[in-house]
Design a protein around this ligand. Structure first.
Ligand code: F6P
Length: 357
């Protein structure tokens, strides 16, 4: 099952899971559209042909949704109201009817938390695979999809440099990441940003303006700022774009980059523009690194089932794939540590995090 937002590498994991499981003589069902398919009994047996050629493809051939939770299954009515039912028994029944012995959940914190609840409260045997461009899952050094999102954001920064330099502008790139600044931090360093703003380090407008002026004094008449969608000013709040009521986590962030561009233009008189990279970070083909990681994760998930090790998530630690307790994996998001060696390196080369005035 693939659950939550789509992410580069979902198909690469499916490819590895199905091919390795078939080699061991198992039957594999693909569940359509995440937990929705589990509740509505939309699943199909997958063959070698179903996964042949999907390794480099973006998205998921199974479909996905980041709305459905069997413990609080939303029913949207015509008048806009939403009612909820508990569908845990439906899920258990649907799995049992087909003789499904184990459930591999390829998902982020929401899907893994639901998987963990199914394991704890309903006795379903679950193995998790850590997916998300945000890289914000605990217990693993890498989620798949992150490397591709960073590559995309880095390319965007390279392109924005051209306009920034030619027009003597401040160019901002707003990237995703929810409450964590991993994408902004890595792409900002890789793309030579002058300022990187992340949720973990609230920013001061003065510090950003000082950095832009410092660059002007050095003869650099443009600046590049990467801003994570969850960034917030010291003492202020994150910018919420919309609420998706039926979703596991209803808050959708977005818009901080436009606000900042206006404020910077007003304070400096320098033309400032914001580009929101959005879903381009999640779409398309995974990088070679992600394809390899996805293949390792997919095979490791099947191995965990064969070993009878359930209620675990496969994870990357010191470049080895290990198994960690699923309950911990679906818990609190993993933020960028403030003593991160990458933050230190970035500061050494003069990148501002908007905190030092
Ligand atoms: O978790 C992945 C992610 O792309 C976040 O970076 C972003 O905040 C969110 O999903 C957007 O969700 P939606 O697809 O519902 O707009």
């Amino acid at each position: 099952m693939t659950g939550g937002g789509d992410c580069p590498g979902l198909n690469a994991v499916l490819n590895a899971v199905v091919k390795s499981a078939l080699r061991y003589g198992y039957q594999i069902y693909g569940i359509e559209n995440g937990f929705n398919g589990l509740v509505n009994d939309n699943m199909k047996l997958l063959t070698f042909q179903d996964v042949s050629g999907i390794l480099p493809r973006g998205g998921t051939v199974l479909g996905t949704t980041n709305r459905d939770n069997p413990f609080k299954f939303a029913h949207e009515h015509e008048d806009g109201t939403i009612t909820y039912t508990d569908e845990r028994e439906t899920v258990v029944r649907n799995l049992a009817r087909r003789g499904i012995e184990a459930l591999i959940v390829i998902g982020g914190d929401g899907s893994l938390a639901i998987g963990s609840q199914l394991a704890r409260e309903c006795g379903v045997k679950v193995v998790g695979v850590p997916k998300t461009i945000d890289n914000d899952l605990p217990c693993t050094e890498r989620t798949f999809g992150f490397d591709t999102a960073v590559a995309m954001a880095t390319e965007a920064l390279d392109r924005l440099h051209t306009t920034a330099e030619s027009h003597h502008r401040v160019m901002l790139l707003e990237v995703m990441g929810r409450y964590a600044g991993w994408i902004a931090l890595h792409s900002g360093v890789a793309g030579g940003a002058d300022v990187i703003l992340i949720p973990e380090i609230p920013y001061h407008m003065d510090a950003i303006i000082n950095k832009i002026h410092e660059r002007q004094r050095q003869g650099k008449m443009f600046s590049i700022i990467v801003v994570a969608e969850g960034s917030k000013p010291e003492g202020g709040e994150m910018t919420v774009a919309r609420m998706v009521k039926a979703s596991f986590d209803p808050i959708r962030l977005g818009g901080v980059g436009f606000k900042l561009a206006d404020q910077i233009e007003q304070a400096t008189g320098i033309e400032s523009r914001c580009t929101v990279l959005g879903y381009l970070q999640r779409g398309g083909s995974p990088t070679a690194f992600d394809r390899v990681l996805c293949t390792r994760y997919g095979v490791a998930a099947v191995e965990a089932c064969i070993q009878g090790n359930y209620d675990v998530m496969v994870a990357l630690r010191n470049d080895s794939i290990v198994q960690v307790p699923l309950e911990e994996a679906g818990s609190k998001p993993r933020s960028v540590p403030l003593d991160s060696e990458i933050i230190k390196a970035a500061r050494y080369i003069g990148i501002s995090f908007g905190d030092e005035v």
